[in-house]
Design a protein around this ligand. Sequence first.
Ligand code: FES
Ligand code: FES
Length: 155
Amino acid sequence: MKKVSIQFKLNGVLRQLKAAPNDTLLELLRDKLGVKSPKTGCDRGDCGTCTVFMDGRTVRACLVLAPEADGREITTLEAISKNPSPLQKEFAKRNSFQCGFCAPGIVLSATELLKKNKRPTREEIQEAIAGNLCRCTGYTPIIEAIEAVAGKRGA
Ligand code: FES
Ligand code: FES
């Protein structure tokens, strides 16, 4: 398949590369650009482990084709973690994650929620991270950390 030239800003830096039109943004990030926080889980939009910000909104990188990323601004957990947010500190303090495979996606989904909604209810938190599957924790320590940052007490 003929490769196409694409460019996008990745964590503030302009990146230019050639990609097959059916390469996914997830493949570009992990395999060509060495960005490992977005994980390959289901590879079909179900698990949320590949979540990144595209133009400030969360997307599933496994569902974004390379040409769709052209001209966009992509932000991954690597950029956010240079200066850990109160949310990340709260997750760490509470040991909210076990294996951590889901963590990058959940951090980005929760970050997006708290940007839009400073005082989300438990239901709104559950809804915001519903697309991010976690096999380890039962979600309670994750939700409680988000609630704590939002100024609420956990259950
Ligand atoms: S790997 Fe993208 S949603 Fe599961
Ligand atoms: S901590 Fe293991 S999948 Fe969430």
